[in-house]
Design a protein around this ligand. Sequence first.
Ligand code: NDP
Length: 493
Amino acid sequence: MPSSWGLGDGQQIPWEYAPAPESREIVQLKSRYGLFVGGKELAPRSGQWFTTIDPATEEPLAEVARASVEDVDHAVGVARRAFRREWGKLPGRERAKYLFRIARILQERSREFAVLESLDGGKPIRESRDVDVPLAAAHFWYYAGWADKLEYAFPARDPKPLGVAAQVIPWNFPLLMLAWKIAPALAAGNTVVLKPASSTPLSALFFADVCRQADLPPGVVNIITGPGEIGLALVKHPDVDKVAFTGSTAVGKQIGRAIAGMNKALTLELGGKAANIILDDAPIDQAIEGVINGIFFNQGEVCCAGSRLLVQESIAEPFIERLKDRLSTLRVGDPLDKNTDVGAINNAAQLAKIEELVEAGQAEGADMYQPACELPARGFFVRPTLFTNVSQSNRIAQEEIFGPVLSVITFRTPAEAIEKANNTPYGLSAGVWTEKGSRILSMASKLRAGVVWANTFNRFDPTSPFGGYKESGFGREGGLQGLLAYLDLGEGH
Ligand code: NDP
């Protein structure tokens, strides 16, 4: 893929990178994957299967079971029995051993999981290798440490597991979202039934194998695959005590309505439209990298992506020029190539949504910039896109695009930046770039966002709680707060 080094004065030295593909041999795919219930792989009672594809080539990868409502019922029953008979009674130090084992196995099999995650999801191998898989393992390490210390985590309380947790996860971080959900649930003593997204079921099904390898008692973790209606049947099941969902705001609202009055604990982690705010005294080189990482990490398919760039008017022009230069160096293409920065969009519907919003941006009068990179002939790819001259009311400034599309808005004063940043139905994350600590603190306290990054963006850590305000959902994952979502603290809580 051609690129170039700028020498200033418009001079460029052409620069070719040789392909550096990661071998996919390390992943041994079967032709079919059943449901994982009670420690066994089961054929679906529906007798139906669906195909999961590689979004970079549109080639089929494997067939996956389409669960029926009877399968959901069976899986919840199995999880309930495992909770009542074994896991719910097991001392924390014993639960911890299993979690430590899972963490270690994930690390041992990290290359396999990284390749699998890129194959099924389209994300660059550099990211699945350096971010998704290590962070997933880190969540198991972290929560393993808490499993035998719950009384210290919540002193003077009587922490008890809730029971059976139904967990529905999206396609943008399949393994990582699984870890965010399963690790705290198990550490707290719950059993789980998890439904991955239909376009990325494979890492959850490989995780089933990790559970077997770790000798996790059968029924503690159950994985069912199938369409959204199966997710709905799972969360609505009367024997489910706790529901955890990550995905779109529309489905989050539907779940909230469906289980209202059913006495289930609920956490929702939904969409976002984060503002990444660049003040005039920001460290420019770092800020450019932070903006790039904020919106092009995982093709922008990130709920907390910095999709609105708010840049102070006095530095806007040179900043945007620098940003365009940097955009032109991004390599779009084969997710399994170690030099790729922007991989494939996860699925055809998502690609169509991105393309529709890019067209809407142009139609509404914003100025579009896309680097002249070549896109692969097959697969779901889109060019990194930057819109300037965007007004607050434009769809590209209001709606979650969930793609590599950045909308730039300018402001004159920090107060105006806050007002514009908060002018969204979402409230998941935000970023502030300035060299003054006092400005960081003052801005952060006024931003209505669950996470505010200062002079960085898209940083995740298992010890740090993550979650939103407003239409971005409620409840926190990560840290002690993430444990709390899976515990009953007894009287007075
Ligand atoms: P969804 O919210 O539809 O999917 C997320 C998960 O929920 C998947 O496992 C899905 O299953 C399941 N699901 C779908 N419908 C229901 C339902 N009625 N009840 C219970 N579970 C359900 O997201 P999409 O994949 O359709 O993406 C659409 C948009 O959502 C994106 O463009 C993006 O804006 C946003 N999104 C936000 C995410 C986030 O992290 N906050 C993640 C993904 C998307 P299945 O895959 O089988 O449909």
